[in-house]
Design a protein around this ligand. Structure first.
Ligand SMILES: Cc1cc2nc3c(=O)[nH]c(=O)nc-3n(C[C@H](O)[C@H](O)[C@H](O)COP(=O)(O)OP(=O)(O)OC[C@H]3O[C@@H](n4cnc5c(N)ncnc54)[C@H](O)[C@@H]3O)c2cc1C
Length: 406
């Protein structure tokens, strides 16, 4: 481990892998709060920010802004363009492949903020499907959608938030193709009954046919085979079954869950290598309800900010009693169905849908504000590091456990 000295101030070197919502927030808040005691370096494969909340819109052919990450992070954070291909947690060393070749970066503490991507499709023929969870997949889908002839069949598999938003956007953009939503559950089943009805009528209004209650068991040319024996025509299939973590955590020897996310304690430190923290979609932190926090911006921003607070307290020597646990409660989910319908479903702090939901123009406006405003949050935190706050879980946060493995 390397502890460096600048004048009389010891400097901890913190490496943040990934400049998405969580990594960006961690970087600017840490640089702002640590008053020169921490040198913050961020590595990201490209110099422009990917707003994943809009990838389904990009896939449908819309122009989506891609702001400069360097400008977003500001002068107090060192930005390195590249992909971290290996991380040695015990040696405090990362290998980065970038446009200028391969380089090594040393760190005292690292924050894994590598996000998530489309899960490996678990059925035969899955390699013929498209995804929307990362930029490369969304760009491939954009080309495929643009070259679809009129009258083609499109199927979106998965009735979660990403599937709903993707099928709505594709149907709105390409009314000349037949769009279907295939989901094993009830369409809109997560929402309260009134909001669920709004989701279904909004999809119907866009001409989306819903095929609920059956699982896809195979993808064949021009066809999906379902486990109830039905067949769904599909010239282009978009798999929105779920997200999985990129391989870095697993390949670095960190304790991971079956989806490859780094298992952390309540303070967001790896349970196997506490010198590594994991935030946003990259971390599997047990929430007060006993399950994993839902992958979302509601997790990404607070977890990034919390990691910054843990690291700056450590650097300033104010972390009496060990690192603080994250205390986070959820508030609501805003989902768009095309550009003219949306639902803001309020939730309890465990992310369970409640009685209250907003639809209509207000929900549409709020959703537009959300998908554009999330990018501004990192710039706001750079100028005012303490500006980002979040609700607590309403329960005593879980104590931070000792690591289980070395
Ligand atoms: C189409 C779509 C719509 C969505 N809509 C919503 C929504 O409405 N509301 C909501 O809350 N959530 C939504 N989500 C989920 C949300 O986008 C994610 O939960 C959020 O982006 C997670 O933030 P993050 O910072 O953890 O990861 P990301 O935003 O994925 O950022 C991770 C960054 O790490 C980089 N990276 C990965 N591996 C490496 C490596 N080895 N080296 C260097 N860099 C690396 C990636 O390139 C990326 O820049 C949506 C997701 C999708 C795909």
């Amino acid at each position: 481990m390397s502890t460096h000295t600048t004048h009389s101030t010891p400097t901890t070197h913190v490496l943040i892998v990934g400049a998405g919502f969580a990594g960006g927030m961690a970087a600017v808040r840490l640089a702002g709060h640590s008053r020169g005691r921490v040198a913050v370096t961020v590595v990201n494969p490209r110099p422009t920010f990917v707003n994943r909340l809009r990838l389904h819109q990009l896939a449908a052919g819309q122009q989506v802004p891609a702001p400069s990450i360097r400008r977003m992070l500001g002068p107090d954070v060192t930005f390195v363009e590249g992909y971290v291909t290996s991380l040695d947690p015990d040696g405090g060393r990362a290998t980065v492949h970038g446009p200028d070749g391969v380089r090594q970066l040393l760190f005292d503490r690292a924050v894994l903020a590598t996000g998530s991507t489309t899960e490996p499709v678990p059925v035969p023929g899955g390699e013929h499907t498209h995804g929307v969870a990362d930029l490369a997949a969304a760009e491939r889908l954009r080309h495929a959608v643009a070259s679809l002839p009129a009258g083609a069949d499109v199927a979106v598999v998965g009735g979660g938030f990403t599937g709903l938003e993707t099928v709505g956007e594709l149907a709105a953009t390409r009314p000349d193709v037949k769009t279907r939503l295939v989901t094993s559950g009830e369409v809109g089943g997560w929402f309260n009954p009134r909001a669920a009805a709004h989701v279904r009528t909004s999809l119907e209004g866009l001409g989306v046919e819903s095929v609920g209650g059956a699982r896809v068991r195979a993808v064949e040319p021009g066809l999906l085979l379902l486990d109830d024996g039905a067949e769904v025509p599909s010239d282009l299939t978009v798999w929105c079954g779920g997200f999985a973590a990129p391989p870095l955590a697993r390949e670095s020897g960190l304790a991971v869950d079956p989806d490859g996310a780094a298992r952390t304690d309540a303070a967001l430190q790896s349970v196997s290598h506490p010198q590594i923290m994991a935030v946003g979609d990259a971390g599997h932190t047990v929430a007060p309800h006993g399950g994993r926090y839902s992958m979302s911006c509601q997790l990404a921003f607070p977890s990034g900010a919390h990691a910054a607070d843990v690291l700056s307290a450590e650097a300033r020597g104010t972390a009496d009693g060990g690192p603080a646990p994250l205390d986070l409660g959820f508030q609501g989910r805003c989902v768009s169905i095309g550009s003219h319908a949306a639902v803001l479903q309020l939730t309890d702090r465990d992310d369970v849908a409640g009685d209250r939901a907003l639809t209509g123009r207000t929900a549409v406006a709020l959703k537009k504000f959300q998908v554009r405003g999330v990018v501004a949050a990192i710039g706001i935190a750079r100028r005012a590091p303490g500006a980002i706050r979040w609700p607590g879980s309403g329960r005593a946060p879980s104590p931070v456990q000792a690591p289980v493995a070395g």
